[in-house]
Every structure is written in C-alpha cells, then in structure tokens.
Write a protein that binds this ligand. Structure first.
Ligand code: GLN
Ligand code: ZN
Length: 755
C-alpha cells in the first residue's frame, strides 16, 4: 500500500509566497529572491510529504500564479498581447494573469473564473483556431529536476488535455475547440517524453471534467487522448475529483491508463462501481481524506470501509486525499487561539498527510497499540462533537412547518401594502449596501483590533461615517437608502463572528487567485444567534432620515457557501439553522421599525452542484433556506435580495420561488441580457437591474444609464423596475461613486418624465 498526494498548497503557512509575489510586483525584490522563496516553499512542502511517507512527490502543483496558467504557458498558448519581444519567462506569465509585470508592456489580463465548484480561480486559456502548441517554458521540467536533486521521486501533476481544452475559451472567431485536440495531444506527448527523459516513472493527469455530464464528443475526446498517451513510456495516473465519475464508468474503465484516482469523499459509492473493472495491473488511488474541507477524518470508519479492498489490491492500493490539498489551509499547528474543543476537530493540509499515515497504519497493523490509540482518538472526537450539540437549535429545526416558509399573502397583496406605506416614485433609486471602505475606515478597524482604541471609540467613529453616508445619499436624492456597511470587514465574516457555532482561525488562508487568499469561517456546531447583529446600526441609520433605510443582511446560502462547513449533518440542515438565525434578525429589525430588509445571496448560483441532475435538489433546499429567513415578516415589510455573478436562464424558476419583493442583479456588463430570463418567465416581482458597473473606475453617463433602463423597460413592465448599481460600492472611492450616483439619480428622474 502506498500513500499518494495530488498536490499541496503552495502559498505557504504564513502566506510567504503571497508576500514575496507582491513585493516582486511592486519592484521591492529581485526575481531571484522570489525564486528563492518559491524554492524554499517547495522544499518544505516536499519534505513534509516525504516525512509522512508519500513516495511519489507531486511536482507542478506549485505555481507562481495559477497551475492552469503555468500549463498554458508551457504549451505556448500565450495571448498575442502578452508575448512581447523577449522570450517567454515568468513575467510573461504575470502579464497574462494580472495585465502587468515588472518587465514588458501592460496589456489587459486574461479572464479569470472559478475552477469547477471550488472557490479557486484559474486563468482561462485563450486559444485561436490556428493555435500551435510548443513547449515554450521550462518551469515544470526544472521543478522535476529540482525534486530529483533533493533525492525525491517526482510525479509531475498537470491538468489533462481534455480538461485543459474544456476550460479554455476560443478567441478571434468561433470554432469548435475539439478541433484543436489532435495538436494538443501531440504537445502532451512531447511533455511526457521530456518527463520520461528526466527519469520520471509516473505522471498524474487531472481530468476533473469527468465529474461533469459530458456529451459524446467530449467523451470521445477522453478516449482519444488517453489511448494516444498510452504510448509514452510513463505510467499515467488519471485523476478525477470533485464528484462521482460513475456515469462515465465504461468510458473510464476502457482507458489504457496505469492508475485511476477516485474522489471517494464526495462519492464513496463509486468504489464499488470501479473495483470490478479495474485491470489486473491497474493502481487505484483511493481519495478518502477530504482535500477540500478542514475537518479531521473518521479514520476508524475509513479503515473499516477499505479493509476488504486491501487484501485484493495489496500494492495496487494508494491512499490519497480526495483532490489536491490546494483548497485546504496549510498547517493547524500554528493556530494558537483556537478553542481546544474546536482544534481537536480540525485537520489542515499538513495534518491530512499525517492522517494518510495513520490510515495506513490502521489497515496494515490493525492490532497494534498505535492503531488502538488512533481509534480512541477518533471516538473521543466524535463524543466531543455530540456533547457540543445545541438541542434548542435542533428542536427548533424539527418543529418547522410549511407555514414558516410562506409570507402571509401573495406578492400582489404585499406590493399594494408596501406601496401604500412607502409611496416611492416610479423607478425608485437605491444602492446595494456598501459604500467606500476608505483607508480611514480600515485604519480605524485595525487600530481597534490591535487594542489601540476602545470599542466605544471605534463605534463612535463609525457612527460618524454612517451619518456622513446617509447625508451624502440624501444630498444625492436617492429614494431608498442604506447605512453603508462601514462596520463590516466582510459580508460573511461579520455575521460569522457574531453567530454561535461558527469559529475563526488566525492562519487558515486558502488561495483564491494569484496572491489573493481568503480565510473562510468554520461552521463547526449548531448555529444560533445569541444577540442582535445589525439592529443597532440599522436603527441608528434610520433615525437620521425620514426616507427608508434598508436593513442589510447576508443570506443563509451565502454564509454556508463561503464557509468551511461541518459534514456530520447535511448542508440543507446547516442552511436551515443559519436561516433561523437570520430570521430572528429580520424579525428584530422589523420590530425596530425597519421596513425594508435586504438579504444578500450573491453565492446562490455558485452553490449549484456540478451535475445538472443534482441541481433541483440543491435549489429546493437553497430556496427554502432563503424563504425561511425572510418569511416571518408582515406584508408591509419589503424583503429585498441581491445576487451578482449570476446567470439566470436555468434557475429563474427557483429565483421566482424565493419570492423576494425586490431583487437587484448585475446586468450592466451584459447590457441587460440577463433580464431575458426574467422576461421569458414573466417574473412577477420587482427587479433592480444594475446600470452602473462597479467593477470599473469609470463614471457611467446619464445617457448610458438611460439607454440601459430603456432596454430593461422593453423586457419588464416599468412599474416593476428599480434603478441601482450592479453591486456594493465598497471597493470604489467616493470620488468615483458620487458622480456616478449623481448621474444615476438624474437618469431615473429623466426616465420618470419620459417612460
Ligand atoms: N450588500 C453587499 C454590499 O453591498 C453585497 C455584496 C455582494 O453582493 N457581494 O457590499
Ligand atoms: Zn453583488
């Protein structure tokens, strides 16, 4: 039995790579220094893996920006605008990823998008119809040599040709991407030859596309690729992850690959599907340790499940994490502030390696004293979890009835009640919630966190900011105001910090893209709300004006999706618990006289499963969670929601089922295209399609916004429309925001006269 690893996080346990990259980009260090930091990180990470007993060490999981980008550049798939006169080098890669580098000409960065259903963003390869692929960049080969020089057996890890093509986009004209496959396979053959000449034995080719429902052309691409690559002298480990590939069983079973990796965390049942068809020589890499979450594995249960397989497979069984550990924080050991009960439940990348070692021990020496100790540890951990359960929360979820999910009356009745209460003009203007987080606000927060100012001083200053924000909106003559969210650092963290059952790490960073990392909250227990979270701020802001000020909350689906969530209960159950906490907040806001409450769900669409056949199930509970959070209010209280990063064609029925009185969406970039789904569906409630692209520093003109709203009015009855930006304004400056909003209000007023 061997231990296998698919990839290790590259960022460093203290985010060393992030800081070195940013210094290099700012011109504060030489490229040679950046390489030094990178080399040290690779060495440390290899050493940790080797110490845990991993024999074949992943190489190619390290990347200066993104592993998909490294591969594109290796293949010579470099957009023309980033090429420059000099040979391809690290700066070429940075120009593609971020539009600029210390050398070479600036040019717009390539697109970036989410890697399957993870929060990791990759740089989208751009391919032309006459695309040539040539090995053009040596980093991967250099790193293989580097690992070998340290005495390790290197196992290069790269995205397979089909996933690479699937994730890329075509440029300079439309064409079928698959027409590039033969050329791409040739390039992969060259890459594998290079590895072979370096003395490599195994190569890991990742094909996460296998978890999707592929049409026959893409299925054929898989067969064609792996049949062609079988001629190399290397052993190919075909790795799938993020979901079951059982629906491609025959396709995959027929492939001439030396080994197959299965994600047995998201889909344990596929083990039984693939075992019988495994070739006599084929290796099975069993992905049993969760590479995407932070909880310690149930090693005793895993060992029990695998024990029957061990005898059959013997040497051919590899124990692995489910996917690359890229998505998990690096090292739990350096966390010093975590409650011991919580720390006990956790396992980060380095600890996951140790879990592999322990699992092997349970399987090979089940009667040893060490094995016994591991089993006791697992039991103690489970007992501690059971003890921490919040019976009140559990009982409350159990007692929910159909009615808790429904508003008192249908939308037309509510709309009439809300109109009578608020008497807003046609095309009311509003914003999405946040206003600029100025350096002054950030400085204030950091001084408070460091203990340099008291909570009272901090709050007093924030009240000044909020007051100023309200005054500015009044001056702009916006109809429905917001308090500006100055007190919030992040829309999920702010709530996570106040909810029981949710915890925070000091160093639990995970790479999001490039040098950007996020530190998701940990939902470790039953979630409840010990006290009001936003009511004081909402009341204060509302006390400053006669105009309505929206209460501003983050929705249950988004809080869940942007956290590391426990796995001993279903995601539906967790979302329900969070929804109840938000519902309590909603009710307290209503009692405090707040008549409009926005529950943001920007991550609603992101939560969709990889397979369409699983969508409906997700949508059912996600919609229910939202409804549960909102439905307690009376007819006169107007519930808003906000969604960005969304495309509504296939989810519009679910969006309508959420039954928010008003939804604001991001539509300016698509020039209102996204409204088509609402038009076709005859979406009945009110909609604010964004007319101001807040991702751009440019000021939209009155004419542009009028023309966008006119377009919107051809799709949706004008009585249903609101006028607002695409998203929150916290990343912009007041200098940008104020003129844009002046124009936005002007546009609305002009339209009221003409439409
Ligand atoms: N209310 C939030 C804000 O304005 C919404 C952010 C988001 O949609 N991502 O910042
Ligand atoms: Zn948004």
């Amino acid at each position: 039995m061997q231990l296998n690893n698919l990839g290790f996080p590259r960022i460093g346990r203290q985010r060393e790579l992030k800081f070195a990259l940013e210094k290099y980009w700012r011109g504060e260090i030489e490229q040679s220094r950046l390489h030094e930091v990178a080399r040290e990180l690779r060495q440390t990470h290899w050493r940790w893996q080797a110490d845990a007993g991993v024999r074949l060490l992943p190489v190619g999981d390290f990347a200066f920006y993104d592993q998909v980008l490294t591969l594109s550049v290796t293949l010579g798939a470099i957009p023309k605008r980033h090429r420059g006169e000099t040979p391809t080098d690290l700066d070429t890669l940075f120009r593609i990823g971020r539009g600029r580098a210390p050398s070479g000409k600036d040019a717009p960065a390539a697109e970036m998008t989410k890697f399957f259903n993870t929060n990791y963003h990759y740089i989208v390869p751009e391919l032309t119809e006459d695309q040539r692929f040539d090995i053009d960049y040596q980093q991967l080969f250099d790193e293989v040599s580097e690992a070998q020089a340290l005495g390790y057996q290197a196992k290069p890890v790269i995205l397979g040709p089909v996933s690479f093509l699937y994730l890329s986009k075509t440029v300079e004209g439309e064409f079928n991407k698959l027409s590039l496959l033969p050329r791409l396979i040739e390039a992969y053959q060259k890459i594998l030859q290079r590895f072979a000449s370096q003395g490599v034995e195994w190569v890991q080719l990742d094909e996460p596309v296998l978890a999707l429902e592929l049409n026959s052309d893409w299925q054929a691409a898989i067969s064609q690729s792996y049949t062609s690559l079988a001629n190399s002298q290397l052993k190919v480990l075909l790795a799938s992850y993020y979901g079951s590939i059982a629906h491609h069983h025959h396709l995959v079973a027929d492939l001439p690959v030396a080994g197959l990796h299965l994600d047995l965390v998201t889909a344990p049942e596929q083990l039984q599907t693939f075992l019988p068809s495994l070739g006599a020589e084929q290796v099975l890499s069993a992905g049993v340790i969760n590479g995407r979450n932070v909880w310690a594995a149930e090693l005793d249960e895993l060992a029990e499940g695998l024990s029957s397989v061990v005898g059959d497979l013997k040497q051919r069984l590899w124990l692995s994490p489910s996917c690359s550990l890229l998505h998990s924080p690096v090292d739990l050991e350096i966390e010093t502030n975590l409650a011991p009960e919580l720390k006990l439940q956790l396992s980060f990348a380095k600890q996951k390696l140790a879990e592999l070692t322990k699992l092997k021990l349970l399987l090979t020496e089940p009667n040893s004293a060490e094995a016994n100790a591991i089993v006791l540890e697992c039991q103690a951990r489970r007992d501690a979890r059971a003890e921490a359960a919040n019976q009140q929360v559990i009982a409350r979820v159990d007692a929910l009835t159909e009615q808790d999910y429904q508003r008192d009356d249908a939308f037309p009745v509510r709309q009439a009640a809300q109109r009578a209460r608020y008497r807003l003009p046609l095309l009311p203007t509003t914003t999405i919630g946040s206003f600029p987080q100025t350096p002054a606000i950030r400085g204030l927060r950091s001084r408070w966190r460091k203990g340099e100012i008291s909570l009272e001083q901090y709050n007093l200053q924030l009240r000044q900011v909020t007051k100023d924000t309200i005054e500015r909106q009044l001056k702009l003559d916006i109809d429905v105001l917001v308090h500006g969210e100055a007190e919030r650092n992040d829309m999920v963290e702010y709530f996570g910090e106040q909810l029981e059952g949710v915890g925070f790490t000091q160093f639990g960073w995970v790479q999001s893209y490039g040098s950007r990392c996020v530190k998701p909250p940990l939902i470790y227990g039953d979630v409840s709300r010990p006290a009001a979270m936003t009511v004081e701020w909402a009341k204060f802001a509302q006390s400053l004006t006669e105009k309505p000020v929206k209460g501003m909350l983050t929705g249950p689906v988004t809080i869940l999706h942007w956290s590391f969530a426990r796995e001993d209960i279903s995601r539906e159950q967790i979302a329900t618990q969070i929804a109840l906490a938000i519902r309590d907040e909603v009710m307290e806001l209503q009692d405090a006289g707040i008549g409009m409450i926005q529950i943001d769900e920007p991550a609603f669409r992101e939560g969709l499963p990889l397979k369409k056949s699983d969508w409906q199930d997700y949508l059912n509970w996600a919609v229910n969670a939202f409804k549960l959070s909102a439905a307690g209010v009376n007819n006169e209280t107007q519930i808003h929601t906000h969604m960005c990063y969304s495309e509504f064609n296939e989810t519009i029925a679910a969006i309508a089922a959420m039954d928010a009185d008003v939804i604001t969406i991001e539509t300016s970039r698509s020039r209102m295209e996204l409204l088509n789904a609402f038009e076709d569906f005859n979406y009945p409630n009110e909609i604010g399609p964004g007319v101001y692209d807040i991702h751009s520093p440019n000021t939209p003109t009155v004419e542009e916004m009028i023309s966008l709203m006119e377009k919107a009015a051809t799709k949706i009855p004008v009585e249903q429309l609101w006028v607002n930006p695409d998203c929150g304004l916290k990343t912009r400056t007041w200098d940008e925001v104020e003129p844009a909003l002046v124009n936005l209000v002007r546009a609305a007023k002009q339209l009221r006269r003409t439409l």
